[in-house]
Design a binder for this molecule. Structure first.
Ligand SMILES: C[S@@+](CC[C@H](N)C(=O)[O-])C[C@H]1O[C@@H](n2cnc3c(N)ncnc32)[C@H](O)[C@@H]1O
Length: 271
């Protein structure tokens, strides 16, 4: 599995921690949408792995909504893992952490038998072949009742789509800066530091289209493959190993509602 030349640095982790609420379009909505597609009742026991957990917000939201779930939160940045460890400390042994590099497959044994793999905003650092083989490997290693649910940046199929994503990104980042902080200051930093990857592509960012991502999930064997949400080139998508109706899956009404998921995400990202 390969990725672009430049690696994510601890400086980027610090900048991301400061800017994510502005530089990621509708971040809470994305994570809440992902959570609503976890195929289990909130009372179920299951094991999940978060690929590139960052500061642990998504892991925490899932563990709060699913009090019997256990987690392995992986990240490549010691600074991020330190922050995640503090955020997840209330869960004691239910939450474990480890370092990994998404660009090679030496960590894939961590997902053996897992019931859920989630990932937010890292898979676009892996090239097309790497994504394809990652989806296949996750499918082969997770449990029969398992699922793979992803938030990621997706490419446009034609230049006008890249351009639309770039314009929407700026508009949303400006709105979020004003709504979150009452000023344009963070938006100005996002502009200055060229966080809009649709306007300022980098070698290390290798997004593929939503069409290709869904096709590769389908080819890997996933069922019910779908895009759940897409805005300004940020998408939530995934699939389940077994089509809906597996005996261990809950009814949609037995999982968290979108509103409950949004509240849990907002709380988890704050603390
Ligand atoms: C944009 S942040 C997303 C963090 C978190 N998932 C979220 O949604 O807030 C990207 C994360 O991927 C991690 N990362 C970047 N490149 C990586 C790599 N090659 N292997 C493992 N983690 C990596 C970074 O340390 C960072 O935590």
């Amino acid at each position: 599995m390969t990725q672009g030349d430049s690696k994510w640095s601890d400086d980027e982790s610090r900048a991301y921690a400061q800017l994510a609420d502005v530089a990621v379009p509708s971040r809470r909505e994305q994570l809440a949408a992902l959570i609503t597609q976890i195929p289990f009742k909130t009372t179920k026991k299951f094991r999940f792995v978060d690929l590139a957990c960052g500061e642990g917000g998504l892991t925490k939201a899932i563990m709060t909504l699913y009090p019997k779930a256990t987690a392995l939160a992986l990240d490549g940045s010691p600074a991020m893992l330190g922050a995640a460890s503090r955020r997840l400390s209330e869960f004691g042994n239910r939450a474990k952490m480890a370092t990994f590099d998404i660009a090679n497959d030496g960590w894939h044994h961590y997902i053996d038998g897992a019931d859920l793999v989630v990932s937010s905003l890292v898979i676009h650092h892996v090239d097309s072949n790497g994504k394809r083989s990652l989806y296949r490997d996750v499918f082969n290693r997770i449990s029969e009742r398992g699922a793979l649910l992803i938030v990621d940046v997706v490419a446009g199929r034609r230049p006008s789509v890249w351009s639309l994503h770039a314009d929407l990104f700026d508009r949303i980042a400006h709105e979020q800066s004003v709504n979150e902080t009452g000023s344009s200051e963070l938006f100005n930093i996002v502009q200055r530091d060229e966080w809009n990857l649709f306007r300022y592509p980098e070698d290390s960012e290798i997004p593929d289209t939503i069409f290709d991502n869904l096709k590769w999930l389908d080819e890997a064997g996933f069922q019910d493959v779908d895009c759940l949400w897409l805005r300004a080139g940020y998408a939530v998508f995934g699939g389940h190993k077994t089509a809906w109706g597996h005996p261990s899956h809950g009814l949609p009404s037995e999982g968290p509602s979108y509103e409950d998921a949004l509240l849990a995400v907002s709380d988890a990202l704050r603390n």
